[in-house]
Design a protein around this ligand. Structure first.
Ligand code: AMP
Ligand code: MG
Length: 424
């Protein structure tokens, strides 16, 4: 069967990214209606929440002292120093019956951090500004009403949403879930992401390569990236540069929630990925992006031809085979689809900024993501390109800890300028 020609759609970086964001938003709605599972709180970091976490009571549940000191009426301290009667001691977790019912004018209670501030008191004076003799305390600094006290419910009201559905659980979200008694959480299922690397020259990691053969590294970098993005890699055998076998493996890969191919998307005679997908009536959103590395990246969707499957189409990326291109294009585009398939609300790409250490000269026309080292410390972060041999140079990229992002319209960027940096 001859392939219908694929019309080339090469987009700017921003436009390509927007296309992926749009599809990710559609997917996320579908995913959020679908599969979820219950996991132990300890296994939940990095998963996307499938149920909102609600406050089971007011937070804090009582007016909480943020200092060790004395609970007082602020108005009693208008003249300093002042001596007050100490009518009790309140430690964190104190039994209710041991807490003074009221702090009257001229009275104070010794109080510890995290303890409930009793009725009548409206502030806490730090212990550093006190000296207690028996049942009396002299205070040497005034307070304003509310000082060192977090009112009941100030952080959250009972029943309010603390962490919403679709949020990827980070350490603070885990702490919040624990604080409201959620020892298990409903999360979305991890998407299965098929990895299909192509190329006659590619051999297995534990094989001894012939003089012109290359070991398969992309499957491994992708597998690491997929797991970090919240997906479950499904590793397929390496596809040869031959249409029949390639098609069979693509059909297998389309049974997963997402298919990521590497290699075979450039203009070479044996770059067959687009041709085969086109024969399978795939829809292509774009077949290139004006970026370096990674220009030939392909994004589309295809009917997996499995009628019993819940999802009508499977999205795929054809990432260029050069190892650095594979890594960069994954970060720029594929990660977002995995996050959406994992139930996460789509995020925007955001860059940090650092001061450039040396001049950069480049040709215009492409947005570049070049391996670089971010160094310095505190407010003096600086960034410098790693010398490299192009997008096949894994060794240079392994020495880097970030990518410098260079716009398509400037030939020279002078040392000292603040440039965007994508962390890796
Ligand atoms: P391609 O995109 O198929 O033209 O491949 C571009 C370059 O990437 C070639 O030098 C390939 O040998 C190399 N390459 C492709 N796939 C892999 C892989 N899985 N691991 C390491 N290098 C690869
Ligand atoms: Mg190839």
């Amino acid at each position: 069967m001859s392939a219908p020609p694929v019309s080339a759609t090469v987009l700017s970086f921003e436009d390509a990214r927007r296309v992926v964001e749009e599809q990710a938003a559609l997917i996320q709605i579908e995913v959020q209606a679908g599969g979820r599972e219950s996991v132990d709180l300890l296994a939940a970091p990095g998963r996307a929440l499938a149920e909102p976490v609600l406050a089971d009571r007011d937070l804090p549940p009582f007016p909480r002292s943020t200092r060790d000191g004395y609970a007082v009426r602020a108005a009693d301290l208008s003249q300093i120093p002042v001596t007050l009667d100490v009518i009790g001691e309140i430690k964190a977790g104190e039994k209710l019956e041991r807490i003074p019912a009221n702090i009257g004018s001229g009275q104070a209670a010794s109080i510890m951090t995290g303890a409930p501030v009793p009725t009548g008191a409206d502030a806490v004076v730090m212990v550093e500004y006190s000296s207690q003799q028996g049942k009396q305390v002299e205070l040497t600094r005034g307070v304003v009403s509310g000082e060192n006290v977090v009112p009941r419910g100030a952080e959250a009201r009972q029943g309010s949403v603390l962490v919403d559905r679709g949020v990827r659980l980070n350490d603070a979200a885990i702490a919040l879930a624990a604080s409201v008694g959620k020892s298990r959480l409903q999360v979305y299922k991890r998407p299965r992401v098929a990895v299909l690397t192509t190329g006659d020259e590619i051999v297995a990691v534990d094989a001894t390569p012939g003089p012109t053969q290359i070991r398969n590294s992309n499957t491994y970098s992708l597998s690491a990236q997929i797991q970090r993005a919240g997906g479950q890699p499904v590793l397929l055998p390496v596809a040869p540069d031959e249409t029949q076998a390639l098609r069979q493996l693509i059909e297998l890969g389309l049974r997963s929630d997402l298919l990521i191919l590497t290699g075979g998307v450039s203009m070479g005679r044996y770059d067959l990925v687009e041709q085969v997908l086109s024969e399978m009536h795939a829809e292509f959103f774009f077949t290139g992006a004006k970026i370096q590395p990674g220009r030939p990246i392909v994004f589309g969707k295809c009917d997996p031809g499995v009628p019993t499957r819940e999802k009508p189409v499977t999205y795929f990326f054809g990432l260029p085979g050069n190892p650095v291109s594979t890594m960069v294009t994954f970060e720029l585009f594929a990660r977002l689809m995995i996050e959406a398939l994992a139930g996460q609300s789509p995020s925007k790409v955001r860059f940090l900024h650092a001061r450039l250490k040396g001049d950069i000269r480049i040709k215009t026309g492409l947005t570049r993501f070049l391996p670089a080292v971010l160094s310095g410390e505190f407010e003096n972060s600086e960034v410098e390109l790693v010398p490299w041999q192009g997008s096949g140079d894994i060794a240079a990229t392994a020495r880097a800890n970030c990518y410098v992002v260079l716009p398509p319209d400037r030939e020279k960027i002078p040392a000292g300028e603040w440039v965007p940096v994508m962390m890796r």
